[in-house]
Design a protein around this ligand. Structure first.
Ligand code: SF4
Length: 176
């Protein structure tokens, strides 16, 4: 969940990077931005979040529980990752020194039918070019609720609050 970005400039100490060094600039905007964000980015950072797990947790509306020296707390995943804005170095709403102690899923998650699909540039281990976690609440053959989260396209797991039906013939409909 706290994986850092895969942006190559982030680990290249010779390049400006607002996420690594606030105020220094963003080398990716004018440089190599293959696989960078297409949603939720800003003029200060276009990096993507690399996690698969966090995308699935976003679809399930997970809650992150943490502990600090001052006590315990929790943050819904929808508020856990901060918007990029002008401070891409600030990635989560965790208080300083916090330790994540649990991730809770709402009870309703147990009744959902869910899938995770990931497109990547090679068959072996690789980050998502784009991924989708989808969970459906189907009762008596009727879809009551749909939850969709996208990965590989934004600075954090992107919860899609609305979606249009897709008539694409390659969409895997079996097994829902
Ligand atoms: S996209 Fe973000 S992580 Fe990459 S160079 Fe720009 S500021 Fe740094």
């Amino acid at each position: 969940m706290l994986q850092r970005t895969r942006c190559g400039y982030f680990t290249d100490l010779s390049s400006p990077c607002n996420k690594r060094s606030p105020g220094s600039g963003c080398a990716a905007i004018e440089g190599i931005h293959h696989n960078h964000a297409v949603l939720g980015h800003s003029a200060h950072c276009v990096a993507t979040h690399p996690s698969d797990l966090a995308v699935a947790l976003a679809a399930f509306d997970a809650v992150v529980r943490y502990e600090t020296l001052d006590g315990t707390g929790e943050i819904p995943l929808a508020q856990f990752y901060l918007p990029v804005g002008d401070r891409p170095d600030r990635e989560t709403a965790l208080p300083p020194g916090a330790l994540i102690t649990a991730v809770a899923l709402p009870g309703s998650a147990r009744s959902l039918r869910s899938r995770y699909r990931k497109v990547r540039e090679r068959a072996s281990y690789a980050f998502a070019t784009v991924s989708v976690a989808a969970a459906l609440d189907v009762r008596d053959g009727v879809v009551r609720d749909v939850r969709i989260a996208l990965g590989g396209v934004a600075s954090h797991p992107w919860r899609a609050r609305s979606a249009r039906p897709c008539r694409c013939r390659t969409w895997p409909t079996a097994g829902w």
